[in-house]
Design a protein around this ligand. Structure first.
Ligand SMILES: Cc1cc2nc3c(=O)[nH]c(=O)nc-3n(C[C@H](O)[C@H](O)[C@H](O)COP(=O)(O)O)c2cc1C
Length: 188
């Protein structure tokens, strides 16, 4: 099953439009996780203590870790997230904190080297920006490094549309060009 992580916030989200285009092109069944609905909290002190206690007791099957288990079990992952503040919105970071669980999505060797426990071989990352994405490494690059270092997901695909909020921008033209690029480059 494909896991679609929908981290979009606006009702007429352009990022979501491109994410749905990717899903259509893939043509596979998918499970959608709408982060705006999930309201995953950061690891504030109480949450962190609760998490540490569960991990200490070996209770990795607890509800607390449902997102980590879902991520680890997915066959393929699609992420749609808007480009905010030079990277991505914080709801995705909260989600990452929820899924980075030793013993579920990754583990450490005796030498302290992380290794992936996730089934997926590929993650497809989709974003849109109001202006230019000056450094892909701050958003996509961070997710790519997480995938390769922690999750064991080696294959990454990246689709973006830029300049959508620039005065006079041909928004429809930019989005259509991004969809055409997805049609051309996405391996299905
Ligand atoms: C909180 C916030 C932060 C943003 N930060 C940036 C930014 O750093 N650079 C940029 O080019 N656009 C930025 N934008 C504009 C969004 O990237 C742009 O509108 C994007 O297309 C939003 O995607 P959506 O249509 O899926 O909501 C920001 C928008 C918001 C709401």
């Amino acid at each position: 099953m494909v896991l679609f992580i929908n981290a979009c916030a606006r009702s007429d989200s352009r990022t979501l439009r491109l994410g749905r285009h990717v899903l259509r092109r893939l043509g596979k069944d998918y499970e959608e996780l709408v982060l705006d609905r999930e309201r995953i909290q950061p690891l504030y002190s109480e949450r962190l203590a609760a998490r540490d206690a569960l991990i200490g007791a070996g209770k990795l099957d607890d509800e607390f870790f449902k997102y980590a288990r879902q991520f680890a079990e997915a066959d393929e992952i699609v992420v749609a997230v808007p480009y905010w503040d030079l990277s991505f919105s914080a709801v995705l970071k909260n989600y990452i904190e929820a899924i980075n669980v030793i013993g579920i999505t990754f583990s450490y060797s005796d030498m302290g080297v992380p290794g992936g426990l996730c089934r997926a071989k590929r993650l497809i990352y989709v974003t849109t920006a109001g202006g230019q994405i000056y450094n892909d490494e701050l958003g996509f690059g961070y997710i790519k490094t997480l995938c390769r270092t922690f999750y064991g997901i080696g294959e990454l695909e990246y689709f973006k549309a830029e300049g959508l909020d620039v005065a006079g921008a041909d928004v429809e033209g930019i989005l259509c060009a991004a969809e055409a690029e997805i049609d051309e480059k996405l391996t299905v």
